[in-house]
Design a protein around this ligand. Sequence first.
Ligand code: TPP
Ligand code: MG
Length: 341
Amino acid sequence: MLQKSSNPISSKQVKPSEEELSFPREEALQLYKELFLTRWAETRIRQEYGKDEMKTPVHLGVGGEAIPIGVCHTLPAGTAAFGTYRNHSLYLALTGDVDGFFAELYGKLTGPGKGKSGSMHLCNPEKGLMATSAVVATTLPVAVGMALAHRYQDKSSPVVAFFGDGALEEGVFWESLNFASLHRLKILFVCEDNGLAIHTPTSHRQGFRSIPEAVSGFRCQVASGDGSDVVGVVQKARELLQRMESDGMPGFLHLTYYRFLEHVGPNEDFDKGYRRRPTPEELERLDPLLRYEKLLRRNGFSEGDLRAVQDEVQQRVDRAVQAARSAPFPGREELLTDLFS
Ligand SMILES: Cc1ncc(C[n+]2csc(CCOP(=O)(O)OP(=O)(O)O)c2C)c(N)n1
Ligand SMILES: [Mg+2]
């Protein structure tokens, strides 16, 4: 079964648009480094996962990396972020904490959750990632509450909440959007729309025509775009944050992308029969890393420039994997600490 139009693979556009690179050289390479870091970190997870040393489910974000990376690139300092279980790119983009990331996946004491949160609840409040959760849409009301707290505390920095298209099937999504719109809170909602909830396409789940149309009845600024294009994501997020600033309304950024791997786990699943493998031409448009590399080459970056970034990132990730594997597990004394009920 193919999916209805919210899924990028079924869109009419086949070729990537001829995007322009509007960043200075250093910034362009920094974005590449962030994209390559998350892709390589997840490549290493896929290589290592079969050894069964990482005792955590992993919801990999391959194909969707440009959304958290592009949005986080634009956020002012002091922004508080919330996310879902598909949070690896968000964690790495916000914190740059490669060692902590792998330590947490390996369940080690040196992870940001002392090995107790695993992949699905990665967070790092000191670096702005307040919470992520396995339970669909549950961080949205908490994010709205934090935006309300910012209002009382006279803080000017925004809150940003990332969530999948499946969150719109939860009542709390609409309550959260309603409350934020009513109270004109400074919160940016970012919908990472892959057209799927596990294996179920949007057309079997949602009774409204399109996500941007459905939310545009609320008093918030809405924008949508192609989440596979990191440059476009940066531009859309920048514009939306400016509009939020001048109108004093919340923002809703809807970005589509293609999930390359199975819902949870390290494998492809094109043999499962609910969707087909993208063609090579579609891949050029849907893979944010390939697409950005092509753009960099078109703008005068050499293979050597890209290779230098790749080498540095690969070494850093490999060191983090080694350190995580040899780090200690939390002891028995940690069993009942950091727990909430
Ligand atoms: C409240 C709740 N209901 C059901 C589930 C089971 N569940 C796990 S993932 C998932 C799909 C969510 O899809 P989406 O929000 O689009 O995120 P994606 O996995 O596509 O990133 C569901 C229904 C859950 N985790 N939480
Ligand atoms: Mg989804």
